[in-house]
Design a protein around this ligand. Structure first.
Ligand code: MN
Ligand code: MN
Length: 290
């Protein structure tokens, strides 16, 4: 049965700190379509879990979470981005932390833009198998394959990516020429996520936007993806990044799950990572107020 709200999202908008919203759009996806179904599948799977997180020692029932439902989308990406940006701007201006459930990766742009307007020294951290640094893809400037290029050139140069293992020669040359901070999946596996996380902690100064393209994770753990890429990082690596950055995160998204390609495990893992982010962030806020 389809659940109307993400589990434990019991707060009204006015009193909430976290606004979950789905964006059911996947029209620029190039390999497997279907990420439009991911927000609902993550909602359905979110009911599998206990409200209490032993790891972060917090009960999500004590955290003000609001699920705004799925945002309205258009037939094409450009109109969709315009429509979403109105909501993204409102959430951030109202002092909320947006938690966007995609949908394809291009949908990150209005949310990171909204955060940059409010937090000028914003750092963006992207978890992804792919560099997403193309200028355009299949004639589309706002393709999912271009999102990191837009972030770096149009929003913030304070940027790092983790889990990378795919891109064109030109994209890797762009990284080198621009001195862009990148941790490949090999880096994570060879040095361990702790060393990556420590380096990140030194790099970021102030607010962070965290965008998780689910294909950063190895397809053995997360097979239902728009563009699966072997030799990835593990769910625990992703959780370590979330736990480290949580105190700084002002905007969060999780994108690119195509739930039709497995029996629910990838959406389940996506829902868990969303819950872990909220638990870690709420715990960090609690520590500050104590
Ligand atoms: Mn990707
Ligand atoms: Mn991506």
């Amino acid at each position: 049965m389809n659940k109307a709200f993400f589990a434990d999202a019991n707060s009204d908008y006015k009193n909430t700190r976290y606004v979950i919203c789905g964006v059911p759009f996947d029209c620029t996806s190039c390999f497997r379509l279907g990420s439009r179904y991911a927000p609902q599948e993550m909602r359905n799977n979110s009911y599998n879990f206990e409200t209490y997180s032993y790891l972060f020692d917090i009960d999500l029932l004590d955290v003000p979470i609001h699920d705004a439902g799925d945002l309205e989308v258009a037939q094409n990406i450009d109109d969709t981005l315009d429509m979403i940006s109105v909501h993204a701007d409102n959430y951030v201006e109202d002092g909320k932390i947006p938690v966007m459930l995609g949908g394809e990766h291009s949908l990150t742009l209005p949310f990171i833009r909204a955060c940059k307007k409010k937090y000028p020294d914003l750092t963006c951290i992207v978890l992804d198998a792919h560099l997403d640094l193309r200028q355009e893809y299949e004639g589309e400037k706002n393709s999912h394959a271009c999102i990191s290029r837009h972030i770096i050139e149009d929003v913030t140069g304070k940027y790092a990516s983790i889990g990378i293992r795919s891109g064109t020669r030109e994209e890797f040359e762009y990284v080198k020429a621009g001195g862009i901070k990148m941790f490949t999946s090999e880096d994570v596996i060879l040095t361990g996520i702790e060393s990556v996380v420590n380096e990140l902690r030194d790099y970021i100064r102030g607010p962070v936007y965290l965008s998780i393209d689910m294909d950063a994770i190895d397809p053995a753990y997360a097979p239902a993806l728009g563009t699966p890429e072997p030799y990835g990082i593990t769910p625990r690596d992703v959780r370590a990044v979330i736990a480290c950055l949580a105190p700084y995160i002002v905007g969060f998204d999780l994108v690119e799950i195509a739930p039709e390609y497995d029996s629910g495990g990838t959406a389940l893992l996506g829902a868990k990572l969303v819950r872990d982010f909220i638990a870690a962030s709420a715990k960090a806020a609690l520590r500050v107020s104590e």
